[in-house]
Design a protein around this ligand. Structure first.
Ligand SMILES: Cc1cc2nc3c(=O)[nH]c(=O)nc-3n(C[C@H](O)[C@H](O)[C@H](O)COP(=O)(O)OP(=O)(O)OC[C@H]3O[C@@H](n4cnc5c(N)ncnc54)[C@H](O)[C@@H]3O)c2cc1C
Length: 501
């Protein structure tokens, strides 16, 4: 595995190509000296080789990886401006890094040298405006810590975007994240981010909006940075819209197969009770078996394709919705529907869903795991899941499947032990993406593009749309300093197909 990652490091060809665009080794050294002077607090700048390697790679990604040349930890927007100005002066690429939970090689270094801008220390909540249901924080704040802080203060509000454990606001904006709550609350592309403070590549600090709940003042420049993966600016602060905490109940239902489970989802969401459904998650039989075997739970669950529900509302709404859900799942062949009897059990049940990856890993000691996500119109999901399960079985691959089925979003967690199996997994991911595109879906419902999904963008969106993105990138970052090599696919030569490495 290490050789595999090593073989990508400092690819000679790419370094030669970049000779004129980016800093020479001498300029890189000057830039690092200047960073030491600009950020003088202890540990603000490190060139420790182990740290550079750790920051430049990810346990969750098997794409091209390179160590960074230096890691900097700013404490303020002014520090970020200093870093960006030094980056521009010496033409050294900058990669923003915060929770490091992204899955597509988003935060890897650049082969000719790069600055890793670790934003995780800028994690303060700056202002809570309870009456307005909003909050201002630094971009390194974690979504879980924000919700814990609100709870600890007795404020009955929460921030509903819930990606991976440990993810931060900056990274969530960067990837355009979502999570289990998207059925009810939508994604990062909804209006949960009201205003952003952003350091642009030219060193200017902008605010994308004010704190008003809505604004029609020009086009939505906040959205420009959502899903931009740190390629257009560095977000240092954000104003988040909050939602009221509503009582919820957690339930689960087992089905004979995925097709029955997913068809029940469509029917439930299309009833008048649909708006009371906060989340609907699919865990396939393999995932349920992994949860049982991971050693995190006291009582094993039935090993069947299972839907987990969060139903929200007052007791009257929950009762009515539960009755409707129960009737519908029964009609679709569910053998068992049960509520978590206590709040603690509900929390534990939900935690098992959120920890699908650690459960998959713990149940398969010695294996590595490639997590991928695609999304299709909900009605096409059964076909996608069935064909994918067949494909993985034919390829001899072990995998668990979890999905935010309420949105048609589906993750395969594919296991491998060696480089040959890694190649089979990579090929299976490729086939999965094209299966999703053929069903009018997307190569990524929520994890973003990074390095891993770059090659699919033109086939999904068309050359014109991708070129529009490149035009914006060139206008905002003409020296291509912010997170180069990610998100934007290279332009295809006419008549030449993108090759699958
Ligand atoms: C177990 C697990 C479960 C997950 N479940 C989900 C899920 O349900 N839904 C989902 O959407 N994702 C999920 N993810 C993926 C991941 O949590 C999200 O992509 C998350 O939004 C990344 O946030 P982060 O803080 O970790 O960002 P990072 O990984 O640090 O960075 C992500 C991207 O944002 C950029 N970036 C970081 N900070 C800034 C900044 N301040 N300004 C500008 N750009 C910045 C980076 O350069 C990078 O391109 C999961 C991951 C794991 C490991």
């Amino acid at each position: 595995m290490t050789e595999l990652v090593d073989s990508y490091l400092f690819s000679k060809r790419r370094v030669d190509e970049d000779k004129h665009q980016y800093a020479s080794p001498r300029e890189l050294k000057l830039a690092i000296d200047e960073l030491h002077k600009a950020l003088s607090s202890p540990n603000a700048v490190t060139t420790d080789p182990d740290a550079l390697r750790t920051y430049g790679s990810s346990e969750n990604s098997y794409h091209l990886a390179s160590p960074h040349s230096v890691v900097v930890r700013p404490a303020s927007t002014a520090d970020v401006v200093e870093v960006v100005n030094i980056s521009r002066k010496y033409r050294v690429p900058v990669t923003a890094y915060s929770g490091a939970t992204s899955l597509e090689g988003h935060t890897s270094g650049y082969p000719s040298g790069s600055i890793c801008l670790d934003m995780s220390g800028m994690d303060e909540i700056l202002q809570i405006n309870e009456t307005d249901s909003d909050l201002v924080c630094q971009s390194g704040a974690r979504w879980e810590d924000i919700n814990e802080a609100l709870k600890a203060k007795g404020i009955p509000l929460f921030f509903p975007l819930d990606p991976g454990p440990g993810a931060t606001i900056g990274g969530m904006i960067g990837t355009g994240c979502s999570g289990t709550n998207a059925v009810r609350y939508g994604t990062a592309r909804a209006e949960w981010f009201l205003n952003l403070t952003v350091v642009l590549p030219n060193g200017e600090v902008i605010k994308t909006r004010r704190r008003a709940r809505k604004s029609a003042a020009g086009f939505d420049s906040t959205k420009l940075f959502i899903g931009a993966e740190g390629t257009l600016g560095i977000v240092t602060e954000a104003t988040l819209r909050l939602a009221p905490v509503i009582p919820t109940k957690v339930a689960m239902a087992q089905f004979p197969d995925v097709e029955h489970a997913v068809s029940a989802v469509q029917e439930i969401l299309n009833t008048p009770y649909g708006p009371h459904i906060q989340c609907i998650e699919l865990l396939d039989d393999q995932m349920m078996s992994a949860i049982n075997n991971a050693g995190f739970i006291d009582h094993p669950y039935p090993v069947k394709d299972t839907l987990f529900f969060k139903i929200q509302g007052d007791p009257f709404c929950i009762k009515g919705t539960s009755k409707a859900v129960q009737a519908i799942v029964k009609k679709h062949g569910s053998s068992r529907f049960e509520f978590a009897p206590t709040d603690q059990e509900a929390q534990d049940l939900w935690q098992n869903r959120k920890y699908a990856l650690p459960s998959t890993m713990a149940a398969n000691p010695g294996a590595r795991c490639w997590t991928t996500d695609v999304c299709v119109p909900v009605s096409r999901l059964p076909q996608l899941v069935l064909e994918t399960k067949k494909d993985l079985a034919n390829a001899g691959l072990r995998s668990t499947i979890v999905g935010h089925v309420g949105d048609g979003n589906f993750h395969a967690l594919m296991l491998f032990h060696n480089d040959d199996e890694l190649k089979s997994v990579s090929d299976a991911v490729h086939r999965l993406v094209y299966r999703a595109l053929a069903l009018d879906g997307t190569c990524t419902g929520e994890h973003g593009v990074g390095i891993g999904k770059k090659e699919y963008l033109v086939d999904e969106l068309g050359e014109g749309t991708v070129e529009l993105m490149r035009v914006i990138k060139r206008a905002v970052d003409p020296l291509n300093l912010l997170n180069p090599g990610k998100l934007y696919p290279e332009r295809r030569e006419p008549g030449k197909e993108e090759s699958h490495a």
